[in-house]
Structures are given as structure tokens and as C-alpha cells.
Design a protein around this ligand. Structure first.
Ligand code: KIV
Length: 270
């Protein structure tokens, strides 16, 4: 049975088992992650990780629908969340509904995620009152990289922390069933988690959160280059892949591959 928003909501508080969440963009990866995860997010980070774009701003509706559908079709356990891309929901609550409804209809996902604090509360209310479960996203909001002045931890001073706390409360009050809290100091992670009665899923927001999420390619060691402080690499998958590709290249060049085990023979005549 696939997990529902009720299952996710039941993981609230330090007495429960933390939620395990990862991003997934493709069917083969989603199949591998699904048995181990409560929630899989088809994040707009797909634009950077899969398409090599400089930011998440290059994700669009068609990209998210393609990947959302691939992930939903390949899985049966985790709740599937699809990120609403930049420009698909900030215009008006009606625009947000139309695009979120497309996600629900065309990808078979179980909920949508959108970035924003108090300013998005009216939109979140509009969606949740019309049958669309919403996961919020406050703190570091990658879609606001240009107004934030880069990918920096947020709310590290008192006014900044207070704003993020208020944002989280506003999104909860609007009906979100859970919230992603990204790139904040541990003290604020604790404060937000204690203040909300919905699960807070942290990414660089401390162990105090009700769950954790990472980009799968980051924690698997596939992503190249500098990674944020909060990324722990659980495997050096890139080295493994590189060595496999090198062996293949050496075998092909030396005519060791394909040998007879990998070669069709003509059928014997009767
Ligand atoms: O798009 C994304 O990858 C995210 C993170 C929370 C993982 O929003």
C-alpha cells in the first residue's frame, strides 16, 4: 500500500520514527529508493542534476510532469511529491490550482510542494481546500536564489529566524500537511519543529526535525563538484561508475568484449 499524507502526518514528534525522504527523477532510481523511503520528491532540482542547468529556475511544467509520471509509475511504497516549478504558482492562486491539478491528474503524484512563507499562505489554503495536498518549503528557498543573493543558510540572526518561524506557522495554518525546512541553524530547526504540529522535514536544518531529505545523487556521491555542508556522501558511486566505464572501454579496445557469452549464435539446422 502506498503511503498517504496521513501516514506522513503520523510521524510528528520526537517519540516517532523520523521520516526518510529523498529526491527521485527517473524510473530506475525511483525503483531503488522506493522500498526505503516514506516520501520521494520529484524536486525541481531535476533541472540542475539531470539537465545541468545553473539553478532550479529552469525547471518548467512539462519537465516536472515527465519526471513526476516516471517516478510515480515506477513506485508503490513512498508518497510521491512533485515540486511546482518557478512561475507556475506565484502569479495567482487560480494559476497555482490549475497547474497543481495538472500534476495530480497527469503524474499520479500524491501531493505537490511549493516554496514560500506567509506570502504564499492564501495560495496554500486555496489548494488544500480544493483537494490538493500541499507540502510547504521555507528557509532557504532555491527558487528565490536571485533575491536571496545566493545559496546561503537563512535565518541566522534573530529577525531572520523570527520571519522563518512565522512563515512556517502561516503555511501550517493554511493547511499544509508537512513542510520542508532548508538551510537554517540548528536552534531554528529545533524551534520550528517544536512550534508546528505537522512534520518538519529538514535539509540542512538539524537532527531535531521530524524527518530528513537529501538529493539522492548527492548522498550517493554521483554529483560532481562542491556540495552543501549538509550533504553526507554514503557512497562514492561516481568512482564505481568511472571504473566500470574504464573497464568496458579497455575491453572494447582490446576486443575482449563481447566474448562468446555475450554473442548470439546462428540456430542449428535440423
Ligand atoms: O528540489 C529539491 O531537490 C528540493 C529539496 C528539498 C531536496 O526541493
Amino acid at each position: 500500500m502506498r503511503k498517504t499524507i496521513k501516514d506522513i502526518a503520523s510521524h510528528k514528534g520526537s517519540h516517532t520514527v523520523p521520516l526518510v525522504c529523498l529526491t527521485a527523477y527517473t524510473a530506475p532510481m525511483a525503483r531503488l529508493l522506493d522500498p526505503h523511503c516514506d516520501l520521494l520528491l520529484v524536486g525541481d532540482s531535476v533541472a540542475m542534476v539531470v539537465y545541468g542547468e545553473p539553478s532550479t529556475l529552469q525547471a518548467d511544467m512539462e519537465m516536472m510532469i515527465r519526471h513526476g509520471r516516471a517516478v510515480a509509475n515506477a513506485t508503490q511504497n513512498a508518497l510521491i511529491a512533485v515540486d511546482m516549478p518557478f512561475g507556475s504558482y506565484q502569479g495567482s492562486r487560480e494559476q497555482a490550482f490549475e497547474n497543481a491539478a495538472r500534476f495530480m491528474r497527469e503524474t499520479n503524484c500524491g501531493c505537490v510542494k511549493l516554496e514560500g512563507g506567509a506570502e504564499m499562505a492564501e495560495t496554500v489554503l486555496y489548494l488544500t481546500q480544493r483537494g490538493i495536498p500541499v507540502c510547504g518549503h521555507v528557509g532557504l528557498q532555491p527558487q528565490s536564489v536571485n533575491t536571496m543573493g545566493g545559496f546561503k543558510a537563512q535565518g541566522r540572526d534573530e529577525p531572520g529566524a523570527q520571519k522563518i518561524l512565522n512563515d512556517a506557522k502561516a503555511i501550517e495554518a493554511a493547511g499544509a500537511f508537512c513542510i520542508v525546512l532548508e538551510g537554517v541553524a540548528e536552534t531554528l530547526g529545533v524551534q520550528v519543529t517544536n512550534a508546528l504540529s505537522i512534520p518538519v522535514i529538514g535539509i540542512g536544518a538539524s537532527a531535531a526535525c521530524d524527518g530528513q531529505i537529501l538529493v539522492a545523487e548527492d548522498m550517493l556521491g554521483i554529483t560532481q563538484g562542491k556540495k552543501p555542508k549538509f550533504v553526507k556522501e554514503y557512497a562514492d558511486t561516481a568512482s564505481l561508475m568511472e571504473s566500470a566505464v574504464k573497464q568496458y572501454a579497455d575491453d572494447v579496445r582490446a576486443r575482449r568484449f563481447p566474448d562468446t557469452a555475450f554473442t548470439y549464435q546462428a540456430l542449428k539446422q535440423a
